[in-house]
Design a protein around this ligand. Structure first.
Ligand code: IPE
Ligand code: IPE
Ligand code: MG
Length: 247
């Protein structure tokens, strides 16, 4: 009955628009290594190649935002050797990928509790973020020391401080106002969430922002996730009907 755009686009063959923002839970590095009797750390190393592929593919497909869950607030509880290795890999990744980010007009951004990261990683991040800040093609958001609950809690603290200072009335706290205190302020919500490694859970990723994202879970382990599979999901996304609570 309704004549709005969303309902006109429905139907198995109809294609909706490609995603503007893709978010990925890059899971399965450890299992990839364990299957090969290698150390988990080698799995993370191999996983960084898939990160490169994902960024390149988004860039080439004209996707505006890619958010990658690289390290969660809970991941700090892993063995120190694994955490240290992840931090080393991250610093190396930032150094080796900076030229490609500059060349491909990719802007780097980070979400999460960056103050918890080791100083050398923060320096590499700061350097890459400021070197790429004028870039306009793909915005690559790395979620580091990131937890959705932590992010919402920090936003609540900021709002409470404004109320206490007398600059905000409780009844003026709106969804927009709360969003404006999240690390993702200014970034549209993800249209598409991909999780590799087969687990059907969110694991504290973008709890607020994923409210209406389309979810794809693939059993493929992150180091095995390739361009062809990524393109297939992007294509399938366009056949999904997004109703946003309407009919
Ligand atoms: C995801 O791979 C990478 C990080 C969480 C840093 P995992 O290390 O969780 O791999 P699995 O889930 O144990 O296979
Ligand atoms: C989610 O993977 C976090 C990242 C991919 C960085 P985890 O392996 O940490 O999540 P769980 O433990 O399976 O929920
Ligand atoms: Mg995992």
């Amino acid at each position: 009955m309704s004549s709005n755009g969303a309902s006109q686009r429905q139907g198995a063959e109809a294609k909706t628009r490609p995603p503007v923002h893709v978010a990925i839970i890059m899971d399965g590095n450890g299992r990839w290594a364990q299957k090969r009797l290698l150390s988990r750390i080698l799995g993370h190393e191999k996983g960084s190649e898939a990160v490169r592929m994902a960024a390149r593919t988004c860039r080439e497909q004209g996707i505006a935002f890619l958010t990658l869950y690289a390290f969660s607030t809970e991941n700090w509880q892993r063995p120190k050797a694994e955490v240290d290795a992840l931090m080393r890999l991250l610093r190396r990744f930032l150094k080796t990928e900076l030229p490609e980010m500059l060349q491909n007009n990719i802007r780097l951004n980070v979400i999460g509790r960056i103050e918890k990261l080791p100083m050398d990683v923060r320096q590499a991040l700061d350097q890459a973020i400021s070197a790429t800040q004028g870039n306009t093609a793909l915005q690559l958001n790395l979620a580091l020391s990131y937890g959705g609950r932590d992010e919402i809690t920090r936003a609540a603290q900021a709002l409470a401080a404004e109320v206490q200072a007398g600059s905000l009335r409780p009844e003026d706290i709106s969804e927009e106002r709360l969003s404006s205190h999240l690390d993702t302020r200014g970034i549209p919500d993800p249209d598409l969430l991909i999780r590799t490694g087969g687990d059907m859970r969110i694991s504290n990723f973008l709890l607020w922002q994923l409210a209406y994202s389309e979810i794809f879970v693939t059993p493929t382990l992150w180091p095995d996730f390739d361009r062809e599979q990524f393109l297939k999901i992007l294509d399938e996304f366009q056949t999904r009907e997004r109703r946003f609570g309407r009919v």
